[in-house]
Ligand binder design. Sequence first.
Ligand code: ARG
Length: 596
Amino acid sequence: KIANALARSCKAGITQEELANEVYFIAGHGNLKYTNDKLPSVCVNRRKLQELMQLSKPDLENVVFDKNPEFENVMSDHKGQEIHFMVNPQKFMQEVLKEVCRRRDQYGKTENKGSKKLKILVDFSSPNIAKEFHEGHLRSTVIGNSLCNLYQAAGHDVVRVNYLGDWGTQFGVLLSGYERFGDETLLESNALAHLSEVYVRANKEIKNDPTLTARASEINRHLEQGNQEYLKLWQKFREISISEYKKLYKMLGVEFDVYEGESMYYNKSSEVINRLEEKGCIERPDSTDLVLAVYQCPKTGSRREVVLQKQDGTSLYITRDIVGALERKKRYGMDALQYVVDQRQDGHFTNLLNLLNIMEPSQSWSKGVDFYRSFGQIEGLSTREGKVLLLRDIIEDLSNAMLESMQHHDHKYSKEDCDPAELQQRALTMAISHLIYTDLRSNHNRPYKWKAELENVRSWKRRKGNVIPVQYCHARLCQLLENSALELTVNPDVSMEHLISSDQTSVSALPLQLVSQIARLEEVIHEGVNQSQSYCIHHYIEHLVALIGKAYKNYIVNDKSLTLEEMEARYLLFFCARQTLSNALKLLGIPPMKKV
Ligand code: ARG
């Protein structure tokens, strides 16, 4: 509204729509505030507005301080740095709640991004077929999925890519191991576990017997040269593994648009080498096929050496990533490419971006989002000796802890009205919610302390930032809204005067605060997108749940002393609160629970 009102009075050479868009983003920085007289206001930086509207200071004053019917009042803060646009609280609440009712599960999402819409390709999860799905992949899955949800909600097009580690030296090791002690029945019944066992054992044996290393390299070379027999077996490993992964992803509620793999990009190394040779970056230090890219890092000025091809002519992880980026650009024509990988690969991605920029200096590899979203490791989730820790084990552990704790700490669950299978299912959903919610609690760069989180579940600590009270809140609202005895339906036209009483106690400000928080969802999504961070949504949910909790206590719906309109107004408020909470949880990848 502010944007449009300003745009209408703006005489600068930009279109109203463009200006409205810009003003919207300036305003959208957590700037919905209350002034003392409880008028919600949006604060906009004066200098930015001036720049944007290409107006001098007095001209700007003329435009904004003109009596404008949209606003209750327009004033400057005492330093004159910000302009506050104040809106009528009732009108404001009415409009926000109407909007929620209109858009339902689309509420919070940007409807029309116009020319600012980007196509963003996100490469995340990306486990290695031969090795275990480790904690880094788990975190990448959770963070990557939530970022994709955010980008989509902000109006961008997203391509979700799972880039499987399905090529390279480890396949030589794996296939050579499989030759000796592979078991087809085990492969069919539990591919991921069997393949990683074979891989671990093969690696152990290689350490004691150098002839096995030679055998592994030989098989790897055969693979790169297109040996049909090995390729067939490799293909089988790949297919079975993908179908196993899909089951895990389903449990986590994650889907991909494409499964790519390093295998798609191994045979184009010579193209990369030729192009870098033209740029004078290639060195061949011995008489073998070893090829290095040597360049000066533009940021630090240091000399960096990157192996692009091994002595035996086979490709490397980095070479495949370079080819992959170039081919994705051709295939998808994306505006931005983002890799979600843990911090141990910082060096790799610095090299990748630098080499891409050397090869194609005119291309922008990432517009609007970081090229590389690195994150801290999960601490205290070590691989058990001799046995790999699979994602399934992690979830099972957490789910058991959750079940135990639900049965111990909440009398509700010991009652016979809860069927054990259903309880188990709820524990599983709660476990997955917890896994995601705690992971996304703080800046992705920070490590995630797994043991402490598991302990929190066991001790049923309702600490801040825990998902249990959040799911409780959602379930409680479902119960309230689905209570047929109330005989109420959603009426978006009910007047808000029934929610705001004229006395100025703190309780009466509560509905306005709750609606203001509801109103902020879209702006918080954009905040998350600008930083490539999901914790903004986590913080948003915490604040929302706290306000819902207070309102729930103070604004009882089923109160016989209320008029029908008063009941309807409260019902509408909680209906919209639940919708907003549900939408926010889904952005993180958490399924909102109707029952806990
Ligand atoms: N498979 C790799 C690993 O497990 C992660 C791949 C990340 N994506 C990429 N394009 N390099 O470490």
